[in-house]
Design a protein around this ligand. Structure first.
Ligand SMILES: [Ca+2]
Length: 686
């Protein structure tokens, strides 16, 4: 009676109606009940198709009249999701005063293609625009509607550009044209060849590779090979527990303590102390036993440089244009890298060694010591408090996929029993990965690298103790984003943004505690200033989550994903303890876009191959859907891998509406610059 796809949908009255036929009643009433259930489904389906993120076309058009630029641009960006229905409005917007609106309008018309014929006259008027990004967007639209032979000039010109965002944008448009651009494939290939091997900007090279592939429409990258071979057996090594810090008055400990950040790369909470039974992390387990483990800590984005840009400024990168991976932008006038404020307050500030702030930061003005092997607290003046950052890089994604020999060399100092056996990895693989030899090996090597990182943490903590500083130093351990495996790093699913955070503050915070508050790495900035007795700046967007200045926990955290290397994307998300809401502003793009650097990961190579061979299960296959839904909603408690989208289920509509509204308000509050096309934004920032 019910369509199987709809049968799981719950509505407020569905249950009652379905129960009614069990009562004695005549068959007319029975039929009426079933018809009511069915018509509710079809009605809700129709309504759903007719609206985008809670508003119909008229609603979004109303937003176009707003005084707020973020609201206007978001509306222009959203209109494309209405398809042909939006063509008259989009055509009108080609004449808008805001070039970013013009750009979105043209690129949407290009996505629509043939059905946007009525916009051709207006597009042609814009073909000679002074703005290169506009010329490219218009060229894309005209190529898509009328053909590439006459209209591809600005795109071919764009891929000549040495400017990353211009080259990437041009190649991205060519990729979106796909086989429609066959007649200029030779020209695109020739340009791609100029970038091989390893010449010029690798982002542009990657974009051109995508363009060539999509124009040829041959789908799959060549497999990146890795030397074969098994892992070594794994054993347990709980490590010898050292004694805790010596006694010291809590009041004294609160006064301008030293702060040591130990940050690592690319890991999710896959540590023993976070309950991971495959992990071997004795030093971090011990640190947690001496301090507080934060179970609900997140990064606002899923990738290194964007997260670090947010931390060094204390602002969400989307509020000043630093959201793309990678780029170089200017921080707002009043914003200084935060260690400057600590130095003004007398702190000795050091950084070893990663910076990656997406801006031309004056390192000597920011740090007392930076970069070198000895850049830590040891060169401070007697009695001077310090803030030291030590970044550990051995757990970076790139360290999972090198050869056996390099891997063995990297783990040389690790106890042999801490090596992980790939044969034992299967039960720990997230369900979104296939259970293949390569996937198990990636998982084992990921765990190996975490163990090596843990060993290095042990050395740092020992050095701190040897120097007699453990008592008076707040140690904060954190990862710069989630695991460097498919649908982890770069994504704003929990696998990409949920990170381990451990804080040890002897005498003040207690030992072996667990804290479940929502915490963001964006909060590290304000918190560290506050610990040092410096008032966080008004422009900072994180909160103080430790110490006397502690601010209340927010109801939710927010996330953003924008361009990753060569692949454009635009996602925003809000997350409470229970639910994650994701808004896809580019639903027309598949999740499975190629990113050259990311595509080297053997698990992803296997995923792509198995997708091609039709061997993935339904959960794994979702990644390869041609389009994304406009909205996603997950119950992250019952569905931690975010595999069941609840966005269309009637009983979750109030949750969805609340999160959607909160996210939209946050975008306006921070002035989401991701709503401006990158090429337009960079043009205006120059
Ligand atoms: Ca990283």
């Amino acid at each position: 009676m019910l369509h199987s796809e709809q049968a799981h949908i719950e509505t407020p009255h569905r249950k009652e109606l379905l129960l009614m036929p069990k009562l004695p009643m005549n068959r007319y009433l029975y039929v009426a009940c079933i018809a009511a259930v069915c018509s509710h489904f079809s009605t809700s389906k129709i309504l759903r198709a007719d609206e985008v993120a809670g508003r119909n076309l008229a609603g979004w058009k109303k937003d176009l009249a707003s005084d707020n630029r973020t609201v206007r641009l978001r509306a222009a960006k959203t209109l494309g999701a209405f398809g042909t229905e939006a063509v008259p409005t989009l055509t009108e917007l080609l004449g808008d005063q805001d070039v970013a609106v013009q750009y979105w309008a043209a690129s949407h018309l290009g996505n629509i293609g043939d059905a946007a014929k009525s916009s051709v006259r207006k597009l042609k008027e814009l073909f000679d625009s002074e703005s290169q990004p506009i010329r490219m967007a218009v060229s894309y639209a005209l190529c898509s509607i009328e053909g590439v032979d006459e209209w591809s000039g600005p795109l071919l010109e764009g891929i000549e550009s040495k400017q990353r965002e211009v080259g990437c944008t041009a190649a991205d448009f060519l990729a979106r044209l796909g086989p429609k651009a066959k007649s200029i494939l030779g020209k695109v290939e020739a340009k791609h060849q100029e970038y091989l091997p390893n010449q010029g900007d690798y982002h542009i090279r990657g974009s051109l590779e995508n363009a060539v592939r999509d124009i040829k429409n041959d789908g799959l990258l060549e497999n990146h090979k890795r030397p074969k071979g098994g892992g070594t057996p794994r054993g347990k090594n709980p490590g010898k527990l050292k004694t805790g810090p010596g006694p010291r008055g809590a009041d004294q400990a609160r006064q301008r303590p030293n702060v040591l950040w130990i940050s690592c790369e690319d890991i999710s909470p896959n540590l023993g102390c976070f309950g991971d039974e495959y992990a071997s992390t004795p030093n971090l387990d011990q640190l947690a036993s001496q301090g507080v483990r934060f179970t609900q800590a997140f990064t606002p984005a899923g990738v290194c440089a964007v997260v670090r840009t947010g931390i060094i400024t204390g602002m969400y990168p989307i509020s000043f244009g630093g959201q793309h991976m990678r780029s170089v932008v200017k921080f707002p006038e009043e914003v200084k890298p935060f260690p400057v404020y600590l130095r003004e307050a007398g702190y000795f500030c050091t950084n070893k060694a990663k910076t990656d702030y997406q801006s031309n930061v004056d390192m000597n003005a920011t740090w007392d010591r930076h970069g070198g092997a000895h850049s830590d607290w040891r060169e401070r003046k007697t009695g001077q408090p310090f803030f030291s950052v030590i970044n550990l890089t051995c757990s970076h994604e790139s360290q999972i996929r090198h050869g056996e020999k390099t891997h063995a060399g990297m783990l040389a100092k690790l106890a042999p029993e801490q090596r992980h056996d790939p044969d034992l990895a299967a039960p720990f693989l997230p369900p979104i990965y296939p259970n293949t030899l390569e996937a198990r090996k990636d998982w084992a090597w990921y765990a190996d690298n975490i163990s090596e990182m843990d060993r290095q943490v042990g050395e740092i903590l020992q050095r701190l103790e040897d120097d007699g500083l453990a008592d008076n130093t707040v140690v904060i351990f954190w990862s710069d984003h989630g695991r460097g495996l498919p649908r982890g790093k770069r994504w704003i699913y929990d696998s990409g943004v949920h990170v381990p955070v451990i804080v040890r503050w002897p005498q003040v915070m207690g030992q072996g505690r667990v804290n479940d508050e929502l915490v963001s790495t964006e909060d590290l900035t304000a918190t560290t200033l506050s610990l040092a007795g410096v008032k966080p700046k008004d422009y900072m967007q994180g909160r103080v989550f430790l110490g006397d200045g502690k601010q209340p926990e927010p109801e939710m955290l927010f996330y953003h994903r924008d361009r990753m290397d060569e692949a454009y994307e635009l996602m925003r998300a809000a997350r409470t303890h229970r639910f994650k809401y994701i808004r896809n502003y580019e639903p027309e793009r598949t999740y499975a876009q190629h990113i050259d650097y990311m595509d080297m990961m053997p698990t992803l190579v296997d995923l792509r191959q198995m997708h091609k061979d039709g061997k993935l299960n339904a959960v794994q296959e979702r990644f390869f859907a041609e389009r994304k839904p406009i909205e996603e909603l997950y119950d992250v408690v019952s569905d931690p891998h975010e595999t069941r989208n609840l966005a269309e289920l009637p009983e979750f509509q109030s949750t969805l509406t609340h999160l959607r509204k909160s996210l939209e308000e946050w975008q306006v509050e921070v002035g989401d610059m991701g709503m401006i096309p990158e090429a337009i934004m960079m043009e205006s920032l120059r």
